[in-house]
Design a protein around this ligand. Structure first.
Ligand SMILES: NC(=O)c1ccc[n+]([C@@H]2O[C@H](COP(=O)([O-])OP(=O)(O)OC[C@H]3O[C@@H](n4cnc5c(N)ncnc54)[C@H](O)[C@@H]3O)[C@@H](O)[C@H]2O)c1
Ligand SMILES: O=C(O)C[C@H](O)C(=O)O
Length: 308
C-alpha cells in the first residue's frame, strides 16, 4: 500500500506520522514544493521509527511527481492555512490553483488512485477535483466531517463530564464555521441519547463550540490546527487501505441524495478499498434538514467563485 501526501506542512506531516505509527502502509511519499522541506520532514519522521515501532518507509521529495507513481491513495494538504479572523472560504483564491495542478499531476502518475482532499475551503476544493479530473466519484473524498465529529465528541464529553470513549456523535454538512450540522439529536452516551443528560441550552452550546472548533484553534495557535486533522485523515486512509467498511461523514458528490445535487458536502459514507462504497442516507429531523439545506447553499455560493 503506497500513500502520497502532498504538502509536508503541519497537516501533511502530522497525517504522515499517524499513518506510519498505525503501521498499515508499506510506503508514504511526502511531496512539497519547498526545496528540501519534505525530505527533511521524512528524515525526521523516519528517525522516530525505531522509537515508535513502525516499518512504514517515509520518503520526501521536492515537487518530483515521478516518485509518487503507483500510489493507491493520495492526500492533498498543499495550500495556505487561514490566520486568526479569516474564514476558510477566503483561501479559495490561492488554494484552487494549487489543488487543480496538484490533482492533475498526481493522476498522471497514479491513474487508479483515490484522492483525499484536505486543503480549504475543502468542500469546494473537492468539487473542483470532480470538475477538473475524470476520476469516478467514489475515488474523490473530502475530509472534514471526521474531524468535526471528533471535535463534537470532545465537546460532548466535556459537557457530560464523561470519557470521550463513552460518547458517539456525528457532524454532517459543509466544513465551515456556519455550515456544520452537528447531529445532537442522534448523539449518544453508551446508547442513551445525550438529551437525557444535557439541557437544550447546554446542547446548543456544544453545537456552537463544535462549529467554531477550527476558528477557536486558529485564534489560539495563530494558524490552523494539525494534530486532529492529521489523525482524521489517517483514519480515512486506514479505512480504505484496510478495507474496513467504516462509516465516516465525508464530502462527496451528491446526485439527489438528501435532496441535493451537483455539490460536494459532508454526509455519512462507507469507506473501503474502493473509496466511497456507499452514501448512507439517514433520517434527519426537520431542523437538521433545514440546516443542511442552508449549509449546501453556502457551499454552492463558494463553488460559484471557482473559475471552471
Ligand atoms: N479539511 C480539513 O479538515 C482541514 C484541516 C486542517 C487544515 N486544512 C487545510 O489544509 C491546508 C494545509 O494546512 P497546513 O496547516 O498544513 O499548512 P502549512 O502551511 O503548514 O502547509 C502547507 C504546505 O503546502 C505546501 N505547498 C504549497 N503549494 C504547494 C504545491 N503547489 N505543491 C506542493 N506543496 C505545496 C507548502 O510549501 C506547505 O509546506 C490548508 O488549506 C488548511 O486550511 C484542512
Ligand atoms: O480551521 C481551519 O481553517 C482548518 C481546518 O479546516 C480545521 O477545521 O481545523
Amino acid at each position: 500500500m503506497k500513500v502520497t501526501v502532498v504538502g509536508a506542512g503541519a497537516v501533511g506531516a502530522s497525517c504522515a506520522e499517524y499513518i506510519a505509527i498505525k503501521d498499515f502502509a508499506s510506503e508514504v511519499v511526502l511531496l512539497d514544493i519547498k526545496e528540501g522541506f519534505a525530505e527533511g520532514k521524512a528524515m525526521d519522521l523516519m528517525q522516530t521509527a525505531s522509537l515508535n515501532g513502525f516499518d512504514t518507509k517515509i520518503t520526501g521529495v521536492t515537487n518530483d511527481y515521478s516518485k509518487t507513481a503507483g500510489s493507491d491513495i493520495c492526500v492533498i494538504t498543499s495550500g495556505i492555512p487561514r490566520k486568526p479572523g479569516m474564514t476558510r472560504e477566503e483561501l479559495i483564491g490561492i488554494n484552487a490553483g494549487i489543488v487543480k495542478s496538484v490533482s492533475s499531476s498526481l493522476i498522471e502518475q497514479s491513474p487508479n488512485t483515490i484522492i483525499i482532499v484536505v486543503s480549504n475551503p475543502m468542500d469546494t476544493m473537492t468539487y473542483l477535483v470532480h470538475k477538473t479530473t475524470n476520476l469516478p466519484k467514489n475515488r474523490i473524498i473530502g475530509m472534514g466531517g471526521a474531524l468535526d465529529s471528533a471535535r463534537f465528541k470532545y465537546r460532548l464529553a466535556e459537557a457530560l463530564e464523561a470519557p470521550i470513549s463513552d460518547v458517539d456523535g456525528m457532524v454532517i454538512g459543509g466544513h465551515s464555521d456556519k455550515g456544520m450540522v452537528p447531529l445532537t439529536a442522534h448523539a449518544t452516551r453508551n446508547s442513551v441519547k445525550v438529551s437525557e443528560f444535557l439541557s437544550a441550552d447546554r446542547l446548543d452550546q456544544v453545537k456552537e463550540d463544535t462549529k467554531v472548533g477550527g476558528a477557536t484553534l486558529t485564534k489560539l495557535l495563530g494558524t490552523s490546527a494539525w494534530y486532529a486533522p492529521g489523525a482524521a485523515v489517517s483514519g480515512l486512509v486506514q479505512a480504505i487501505a484496510c478495507d474496513q467498511k467504516k462509516m465516516f461523514p465525508c464530502s462527496t458528490l451528491l446526485e439527489g441524495e438528501y435532496g441535493l445535487n451537483d455539490l460536494c458536502i459532508g454526509v455519512p459514507v462507507i469507506l473501503g478499498r474502493n473509496g466511497i462504497e456507499e452514501i448512507v442516507t439517514i433520517k434527519l429531523s426537520d431542523a437538521e434538514e433545514a440546516h443542511l439545506k442552508e449549509s449546501a447553499e453556502g457551499v454552492q455560493k463558494t463553488n460559484g467563485l471557482l473559475e471552471l
